[in-house]
Design a protein around this ligand. Structure first.
Ligand code: ADP
Length: 161
């Protein structure tokens, strides 16, 4: 059985992330989504717990897609959860350059045990990012085209509170 880890901030999860998850679930037996604590990103929209609950609810009906919260090095989270590789989404040359470096570092710090499988964003999601969703939402524009209905609902609930 091949389980792979898909780590990220997912603040919030977008249809772009979900496209990568679908691709990974087609290729591997199980996809473990890891909501990672990122000490470099301090101004979050959703808390770690909120992001975890949202992703969990979205994929509740699928046995081969699961979610955890993680911190520290993604390679350690992968090794501790019996994942064979890390999956990352590539939208552009910018993502590519970053992921090439990350793959090298992850191989190094895991002593060659964990490598990255890059998956390419489908063209309609190529320009989609969590920060863009937050920006469009902040402008009071409709985000239905970019996120799962549950994400939209949870974002709107924040505004009302
Ligand atoms: P991080 O903060 O680690 O970059 P993100 O939640 O922003 O985490 O993204 C997690 C992964 O999903 C990364 O590999 C990122 O490149 C990828 N990704 C983000 N948006 C998209 C998208 N629209 N299409 C494909 N991959 C994406």
């Amino acid at each position: 059985m091949t389980r792979v880890l898909y780590p990220g901030s997912f603040d919030p999860i977008t249809l772009g992330h979900m496209n990568i998850i679908k691709q990974a679930a087609f290729l591997f037996d199980e996809v473990l989504i890891a909501i990672m604590k990122n000490p470099n990103k301090s101004n979050h929209f959703f808390t770690m717990e909120e992001r975890y609950e949202i992703v969990k609810e979205i994929y509740e009906y699928l046995d081969n897609i699961n979610v955890i919260m993680g911190e520290g090095a993604s390679v350690d989270v992968a090794l501790n959860n019996d994942c064979k590789a890390i999956v990352r989404g590539i939208r552009s040359g910018k993502d590519y350059g970053y992921e090439v470096e990350m793959n090298q570092m992850n191989l190094d710090i895991s002593n060659g045990r964990i490598r990255t499988v890059p998956l390419f964003a489908d063209s309609n999601y190529q320009f989609l990012s969590s920060s863009m969703v937050k920006e469009v939402y902040g402008l009071d524009k409709d985000i239905s085209k970019y996120v799962h209905p549950l994400v939209k609902q949870k974002m709107l609930e924040k505004k009302i509170r």
